[in-house]
Design a protein around this ligand. Structure first.
Ligand code: NAP
Length: 249
């Protein structure tokens, strides 16, 4: 049976770069590429992945919706056995101060970035765990350096959601360590993707690059490389790790 990687938020940015990296490294591994709204971007990534070899299915699934997550993993079951999850889907809203944020914004940030990641991890573990008859696997959660810095005056709600991801990574890694599953997180810094446009600051990477010790923003491909490594057996003794990919910050 084919091994399957589920990549949430695979239509753009870091998720798309990860799908392409995994396709190059593991052409025999099937992929489910999750997205929520940009169907044409998801199908373009799927076409590029398929051209490199893997079976691939783009699936629309809002990770904050439990039924959608169940559908996402049902699509993976159709392709083979899930052995990798990249918990990458995430969002942020307009930059500002906490006193200007309403409950709806905060709740949506937590629902997508935290609940969504936990629901996807749950479904992955149910399939991977050797205690449940699975063959094991690896989960990589996409956190953020914001979890350490707190993103004052920008989005403390988003930063707090990534703090939750770090804590979840540590707890879950311990919980399933004897069931053949490794759980790690990457914590990207300032990365060139479209997410900064959602904050209302599309040129945020250029504006803030000087704060980064290396003097530049990172690329989605540089984050994908770290994710890809954590998924391989080269990282077989790495679990519960929070790997900073932030150019020194
Ligand atoms: P991006 O370019 O904005 O892409 C976001 C991806 O997530 C898209 O594929 C989007 O799907 C998907 N998505 C958003 N909400 C979703 C939902 N409710 N359900 C399912 N999928 C959803 O963002 P990115 O910069 O690549 O970010 C990827 C991850 O890296 C996020 O978790 C983000 O917090 C984290 N991160 C990014 C940076 C950075 O500087 N870029 C830094 C640290 C951490 P659609 O295409 O359908 O909208």
């Amino acid at each position: 049976m084919a091994e399957v990687a589920v990549i949430t938020g695979g239509s753009r940015g870091i998720g798309a770069a990860t799908a392409l990296r995994l396709a190059r490294d593991h052409p025999d591994m099937a992929q489910v590429i999750g997205y929520v709204s940009d169907a044409s971007a998801a199908s373009a990534v799927a076409d590029r992945v398929a051209a490199l070899g893997p079976m691939v299915a783009p699936v629309r699934a809002d990770v904050a919706e439990e039924d959608d997550v169940l559908r996402l993993f049902a699509a993976a079951d159709d392709l083979g056995a899930v052995t990798a999850l990249v918990n990458n889907a995430g969002l942020l809203f307009t930059a500002g101060r906490l006193e200007d944020f309403d409950a709806q914004r905060i709740a949506r940030t937590m629902a997508v970035n935290v609940t969504g990641a936990m629901l996807c991890a749950r479904e992955a573990i149910r399939r991977m765990s050797t205690a449940a008859g699975g063959t094991g696997g690896a989960i990589v959660n996409v956190s953020s350096r914001a979890a350490s810095f707190g993103s004052p005056n920008e989005f403390v709600d988003y930063a707090a959601s990534k703090g939750a991801i770090d804590t979840m990574t540590i707890g879950l890694a311990t919980e399933v360590a004897r069931e053949g599953i490794r759980v790690n997180a990457v914590r990207p810094g300032l990365i060139e993707t479209e997410i900064h446009a959602s904050a209302g600051v599309p040129d945020r990477v250029t504006l803030l690059a000087d704060r980064v010790p290396m003097g530049r923003g990172g690329t989605a491909e540089e984050v994908a490389a770290a994710i890809a490594w954590l998924l391989t057996d080269d990282a077989s003794y790495v679990t519960g790790a929070l790997l900073d990919v932030g150019g020194g910050r």
